[in-house]
Design a protein around this ligand. Structure first.
Ligand SMILES: CC(C)(COP(=O)(O)OP(=O)(O)OC[C@H]1O[C@@H](n2cnc3c(N)ncnc32)[C@H](O)[C@@H]1OP(=O)(O)O)[C@@H](O)C(=O)NCCC(=O)NCCS
Length: 178
């Protein structure tokens, strides 16, 4: 069993008491409305230089959360959107991913990714598309291990001016449980 003993050191007001992150296990599910404040707090921790998202943000883009079994708290989230192109093809756009610093390195981002691929696959998407920063070793490792193709580099692709690498994965060949 994995155990992360570090205490969360959050400085901003939260909608729930600041918990200890323990990670013997976690589950992934759609964001329940009462945990939106926790997700916002994680967003600020992961992206301190990005602007505060507008009110509907975490529901306008569907959000999946990883919840530690005990104590009950959000340890990560990821977002996505279903897109339809001019040719009538559906793709799943993989938006933001954020894992609490104390919970990193335990497969939370991987589980959040697999859940979004599962949803895209079940919705008939032909491709999954996403972007990450060139220096983001963990996200690059995850995308590459799932056989995403590196497609294009963009300058200043992110709100704080970070560059981005655009990746794609054909879901025609995707098998559940990769
Ligand atoms: C990027 C981030 C989401 C990764 O979350 P995580 O839960 O630690 O990732 P996981 O434990 O699922 O590991 C994912 C992969 O990265 C690898 N990895 C994890 N930490 C790593 C590190 N420090 N160095 C190198 N590789 C690492 C893992 O081995 C795994 O590889 P695999 O899929 O081949 O097994 C997390 O670091 C984070 O929230 N960062 C800040 C926000 C951010 O950068 N978001 C992504 C923007 S696109």
């Amino acid at each position: 069993m994995l155990k992360v003993k570090t205490k969360r050191t959050r400085t901003r007001a939260t909608s729930t008491p600041v918990p200890t992150v323990a990670l013997p296990g976690f589950r992934v599910q759609a964001l329940p409305p009462d945990l939106e404040g926790d997700v916002r707090e994680l967003y600020r921790i992961c992206h301190p230089k990005w602007p505060e998202p507008p009110g509907p943000h975490f529901f306008a883009y569907p959000t999946v959360v990883a919840i530690a079994d005990y104590p009950h708290n959000v340890v990560g989230y990821a977002q996505y959107a279903m897109n339809l192109d001019d040719a009538g093809h559906i793709s799943v756009w993989l938006k933001d991913t954020c894992v609490a610093p104390e919970a990193r390195g335990h497969g939370v981002a991987r589980a959040l990714m697999l859940e979004r691929l599962r949803i895209g696959f079940e919705m008939g998407a032909v491709a999954a598309l996403g972007m990450t920063q060139p220096e983001n070793v963990a996200m690059l490792a995850l995308l590459r291990s799932l056989h995403f193709d590196e497609r294009e580099h963009f300058k200043r692709a992110y709100p704080a001016g970070e560059d981005g690498i655009f990746f794609g994965l054909s879901l025609a060949t995707y098998r559940k449980g990769v």
